[in-house]
Write a protein that binds this ligand. Structure first.
Ligand code: HPA
Ligand code: ZN
Length: 337
């Protein structure tokens, strides 16, 4: 009989909510700053880590955008992504759907293709070398005008073979999903899948907006949906996947104590949840740290953890055959195979 920590360690799983720029560890940030001659307002790796204390989403985003200023060359995006894949290979991760924020790079004069080529080359190497399958999701920055998102979508149109979907991230409050109806409609018409951050800090109406106005396939976070009973019933009825990120919620003060995390309530209400790291370098843990944190705080059984792992594949953009094969791996693992 495995201890629950050992059970989580090798449980086959997918990660569906990871901002690749949020996997930039302080050591790599420091090294890339030197490699590229970028100055940082820190004189050591320890000073960078010490700065990671946030009261809300915006506090974090300010450091997140500052940190990614060291990413300039294709090789930087490759190194970042390849390091993330090596790290999660050790967590039993078999499939990842990675967010990237091209507007945060093109605004600094880094070409869209530089970003995409570096990330994609690492994902291809990771698949060959580590056996981790991967898909890429382009996120629009919601604090920027919708016209900017349309320009970014145009840039993505030539790369539909390497980008599976579009998402919506950055500062939530004050930037409702409805602002992005046109760009999401165009993206979906072009064959992109759609996801959006909603209900991380924003109200339940933003979750409803993501469902109705943006027609998303998954909701990223979704915590505040719990404030609206009718919305919860609809999410449960549709089995709409939520990509929940417990350590992120704790670090951004969406929850004050992991024991009060809404995951248990979500499960009890029949919602379709997955567990993810969001920005692992900034929030103190990778995907297995998130599984362990909620297991310890909420006392989840192995059976529930396995169900969440099955959900992670079922909610992915893998084809049905690949989903079934990965879910069978979870079943075999649970049965001691
Ligand atoms: N929320 C919104 N936008 C983001 C996040 C997040 O947690 N991480 C990176 N961009
Ligand atoms: Zn996120």
């Amino acid at each position: 009989m495995l201890s629950v920590t050992d059970f989580i360690a090798s449980l086959p799983k997918a990660e569906l909510h990871i901002h690749i720029e949020g996997s930039l560890e302080p050591e790599m940030m420091f090294a890339l700053a030197q490699r590229n001659g970028v100055s940082l307002p820190y004189d050591s790796v320890e000073a960078i880590r010490a700065a990671y204390s946030f009261s809300n989403l915006q506090d974090f985003l300010d450091l997140y955008y500052q940190g990614m200023s060291v990413l300039r060359e294709e090789q930087d995006f490759y190194d970042l992504t390849r390091a993330y894949l090596s790290r999660v290979a050790a967590d039993g991760v078999k499939h990842v759907e990675v967010f990237f924020d091209p507007q945060a790079h093109t605004a600094r004069g880094v070409a869209f293709e530089t970003v995409l080529d570096g990330i994609h080359r690492a994902l291809a190497d990771g698949e060959r070398q580590l056996g981790i399958t991967a898909k890429l999701i382009l996120c629009f920055l919601r604090h920027l005008p919708a016209e900017d998102a349309l320009v970014t979508l145009e840039q993505a149109m030539d790369h539909r073979d390497r980008i599976v979907g579009v998402g919506l991230d950055s500062s939530e409050n004050g930037y409702p999903p409805e602002l992005f109806v046109e760009v999401f409609a165009k993206a979906r018409a072009a064959g992109f899948r759609a996801v959006a951050h909603a209900g991380e800090e924003g109200p339940p109406a933003y979750v409803r907006g993501a469902l109705e106005a943006l027609q998303v396939d998954r909701i990223d976070h979704g915590n505040r949906a719990l404030e609206d009973e009718a919305l919860v019933a609809e999410l449960a009825e549709r089995q709409m996947p939520l990509t929940v990120c417990p350590l992120s919620n704790l670090r951004l003060c969406g929850v004050t104590d992991m024991k009060k995390h809404p995951l248990k309530t979500m499960l009890d209400k029949g919602l379709f949840v997955t567990l993810n790291s969001d920005d692992p370098s900034y929030f103190g843990g990778y995907v297995n740290d998130n599984y362990r944190a909620v297991q310890q705080a909420l006392g989840l059984s192995d059976a529930v953890l396995a169900e969440i792992a099955r959900n992670s594949f079922a909610a992915s953009f893998l084809d049905d055959e690949a989903k079934a094969a990965r879910i069978a791996e979870v079943d075999a693992y649970v049965n001691g195979g």
